[in-house]
Structures are given as structure tokens and as C-alpha cells.
Design a binder for this molecule. Structure first.
Ligand SMILES: Nc1ncnc2c1ncn2[C@@H]1O[C@H](COP(=O)(O)OP(=O)(O)O)[C@@H](O)[C@H]1O
Ligand SMILES: [Mg+2]
Length: 425
């Protein structure tokens, strides 16, 4: 029962700072321009603009104003809205569940559950729905893992004997982005992203990613809180959501924008010219309420990614968040080592200096002033972080129960002579 996309417009809701319920912020319409390319339009509702203390969905691209905004990048979906939409994993679950394969961007916004990153919601009605009150619980992890396995194996999902609501929770997938199988779980009065391991993984990703978040902390980086839960013989990484805060009345939601949005970038490989830490730090300095803190912090993250060979540091793996009215760099997340064959030349996903994406100390220093760091300070940070990663990665990994066998597999990520190669630089 495949069918074409059906929806091309929706209302956009937002949870205002300090609140737990949605209000209607505006309307999004996805049309086509004269050449037939997707063209998105967004308008704020007049009553929203006139309400007490409205906030912008995106203070750089969608400022509070009575006008029609247009975009033609990201398939016509404004970055701030696209950041609230599921990615590869969430979309796969929706397609599997609905039997529909040709869904449009607005369909994904409307079909996905209300556990999305950030403070936005989407619907067909001008009046927003009540905020979601019920979430998957830790005891449901086993079944969620089984469902994830079934979707990966492309099997039919078994019918659940439970109520419709339970089924929704179990099968609903998630609006959180990213490619790895995941679900949102409530535990200890907080919401967590549960990231499941897959049979095809080269090593125990849950434990390795958790260890990287810990190692980042040792390098002076503010990383998301995380823990590993073992279900049967499988490990699940739990990353605490930094865009939610529990209150008696429900969850407060922070607004969130990815670096993809800050950079006005596209994920189309042909249009990646502005994937750059150098441009990102400029945008960060514009949007952040604490640029003197956030810019050097971004420098550390860029260096850390080079030191652990995290070449998956693309613009959706960086974000800013506003739990109230002030925007800040979010805690670091999705830190994963990789083991490219070349020991001499590794490229980050984003440009990191005058020599493009080259993960190399000389290159990382070339634009340090834009991160509010003098060359001496930047050099000291690099030296210290390099020593911390070199001396500690193995002990941290073992402490977090990464097996010796997996340490052997990831070892070359931290042993990268190209980082100090001056001749090539
Ligand atoms: N701790 C967190 N709090 C809130 N949102 C998060 C957090 N970690 C990740 N995200 C959001 O979820 C998305 C997917 O998470 P990520 O860890 O990047 O998964 P994947 O490994 O599948 O890419 C991210 O792009 C980001 O938007
Ligand atoms: Mg990611």
C-alpha cells in the first residue's frame, strides 16, 4: 500500500520558556517554485506575535516578524523544522509501520511521535494537542531492542497483545535524529536517548561511545551525561537529554538548532561547501549568550574529534540549545572513534583550518583566534588534550568495560601520526 506524500502544510507549535504545554507559533507550507523545486514558506501567527514573550523558532533565520519566510535548501524545510524531524532511523520505523514508502517531508513531521529534539511540535489543527505525558520506561528496553532488531532485519513486527496506547509507544519509533536505532526512555525523572547496538557493529558501540563521552570530560569538554544499561546480554547506551527538564507540571522543553541550521547548510553531498568549524564558530559567536565560553569549547571539540579520529563529526552532531531565552552550545554528543586505514591523513567532516578538513595540529591552530584563543593558549590546549587522550583512552575504555579485544580494534583511532605531521602540513 504505497502512496505518494499527502500533506504539504502543517501548524508549528512551540513550548515557551518555563512552560510545559504547546502554543501555536505559526504555519509551514511546502510548495514548489516555478522550476518545480521544493520551496518552503513559514509565517508566524499574528496572535503568537502579539502574545506575551513569544520567542523565535530560529533567532537567526526566522526572527519574530510579521512576514513570509522562504527557503529552498534542505528540500524546502527550514533548518529549525528539519532539526525536529526524524532522520534515517525514525523515518525507517515510520515507513515500516505505515507501509508507505514515498512520504514527503511534511508527512514525516506529522507521522512522527512527539519526542522530538527541541521545543517544537507539528499538527494539522490550529489548536495544539496536550503535551505527551507517557514515555517508554526502562523495563520496556528489552522489547524496544527486539523491535529495533526486527526492523533492522526487515522482519514483520509481531503483534503486541497490549492496548492501543501501549502499541503506539512500542511501535511509534522516535523523532530523534540520527541513523542508529534508538528510542526515548524515561528514567529517574529525566528523559534519555537509548541507543541500541546492532549485530553488524564492529565493536560494542554503547560502551565505546560512553567511554568517549567520559574521555571528552577528561579533556575539559562538557559532554552529555550517559550510562550503559545491560539488558540480557546486550548493552544499551543511555544519553540524558539536555533539551528536557522535569517539573511537577511535565517536561520543560528547550529549543534546539543543529549546526546544519546555523550554517544554512544542506546535507546534499554536492552542497557541503559551508560545512566548517570556522564558519560555525562565527555563527556560534552571533547566537550564543556566552560566546567567550562557547567558542573555546567548540575548539576543544574540534581538537578532540581529530584526536579520536571521529570523522563522523558532521553538522547534525553539533547543536545549540536554549532552555530559557539564552542560547548556548549544547553538551557534546555522538562521539565515536573510527579507524581509517591511513595513519598519515585523516579528514574531519568539517573544515577545521586553512588546510581544509585535515585533522592535523598545525591546521587546527590556523584559525584559533576566531575561537577567542591566542596561538599560545590554543597550542597549550592541544598539547594537554593530546596527552590526556594518549595516556588515558585505554584506561577509561577498560574502566567503562570496553573489552580488551575491542580496545585492540579501536586502538588506531588514538594512534594517528598525521596529527603531528608537519611536513604534510
Ligand atoms: N543528549 C541529548 N539531548 C538532546 N538531544 C540529543 C542528545 N543527543 C543527541 N541528540 C539529538 O539526537 C540526534 C541523534 O543522536 P545521535 O547521538 O547523534 O545519534 P546517531 O548516532 O544515530 O547519529 C542528534 O542529531 C541530536 O539532534
Ligand atoms: Mg549523530
Amino acid at each position: 500500500m504505497n502512496s505518494k506524500p499527502t500533506e504539504n502544510e502543517c501548524f508549528v507549535y512551540i513550548t515557551l520558556p518555563g512552560q510545559t504545554e504547546f502554543v501555536t507559533a505559526g504555519k509551514f507550507v511546502l510548495a514548489k517554485d516555478r522550476r518545480g523545486n521544493p520551496a518552503g514558506k513559514f509565517v508566524y501567527g499574528r496572535s503568537y506575535l502579539e502574545s506575551d514573550n513569544p520567542v523565535a523558532i530560529d533567532p537567526l533565520e526566522l526572527k519574530l516578524a510579521n512576514k513570509t519566510y522562504d527557503t529552498n535548501i534542505l528540500k524546502g524545510v527550514f533548518g529549525a523544522l528539519r532539526d525536529s524531524s526524524p532522520d534515517y532511523w525514525g523515518r525507517r520505523v515510520i515507513e515500516k509501520r505505515s507501509g508507505l514508502t514515498e512520504l514527503g517531508e511534511v508527512d514525516y513531521l506529522l507521522h512522527s511521535p512527539d519526542d522530538r529534539a527541541g521545543a517544537l511540535g507539528f499538527g494539522r489543527n490550529a489548536k495544539p494537542p496536550a503535551a505527551r505525558r507517557k514515555f517508554n520506561q526502562t523495563m520496556e528496553l528489552q522489547r524496544l531492542q527486539e523491535h529495533a532488531d526486527a526492523i533492522i532485519a526487515d522482519e514483520n513486527i509481531p503483534d503486541e497483545p497490549n492496548t492501543e496506547q501501549a502499541q503506539d509507544l512500542m511501535f511509534g519509533g522516535t523523532s530523534m535524529g540520527g541513523a542508529r536505532p534508538k528510542a526515548v526512555i524515561e528514567d529517574d525523572d529525566a528523559l534519555w536517548i537509548a541507543k541500541f547496538n546492532c549485530a553488524s557493529d564492529k565493536w560494542n558501540d554503547a560502551r565505546v561511545e560512553h567511554a568517549m563521552l567520559m574521555l571528552a570530560g577528561d579533556c575539559g569538554i562538557h559532554a552529555a551525561d550517559s550510562k550503559v544499561i545491560t539488558i540480557g546480554d546486550r548493552d544499551v547506551l543511555m544519553v540524558k537529554r539536555f533539551d528536557r527538564e522535569h517539573t511537577e507540571a511535565g517536561y520543560r522543553r528547550g529549543r534546539m538548532l543543529s549546526a546544519m541550521t546555523l550554517l544554512r547548510a544542506d546535507d546534499d553531498p554536492q552542497r557541503r561547501d559551508n560545512w566548517s568549524y570556522i564558519s560555525l564558530v562565527e555563527e556560534l559567536r552571533r547566537i550564543s549568550s556566552q560566546p567567550k565560553k562557547d567558542a573555546p569549547e567548540l575548539f576543544r571539540r574540534m581538537v578532540f574529534n581529530a584526536l579520536i579520529s571521529n570523522i563522523d563529526d558532521h553538522p547534525r552532531n553539533h547543536a545549540v540549545v536554549a532552555m530559557d531565552t539564552d542560547w548556548k552550545l549544547s553538551p557534546a554528543y555522538d562521539l565515536t572513534p573510527s579507524t581509517p586505514i591511513s595513519a598519515e591523513h585523516r579528514d574531519l567532516a568539517l573544515v577545521c583550518g586553512d588546510m581544509n578538513r585535515f585533522a592535523n595540529a598545525v591546521n587546527l591552530l590556523t584559525q584559533c583566534e576566531r575561537f577567542y584563543l591566542s596561538p599560545d593558549d590554543a597550542r597549550n590546549i592541544i598539547d594537554q588534550m593530546e596527552a590526556t587522550v594518549r595516556d588515558n583512552w585505554h584506561a577509561v575504555a577498560r574502566r567503562e568495560e570496553v573489552t580488551e579485544k575491542d580496545c585492540d580494534k579501536i586502538g588506531t583511532a588514538f594512534n594517528y601520526p598525521g596529527f603531528r605531521l608537519e611536513a604534510a602540513a
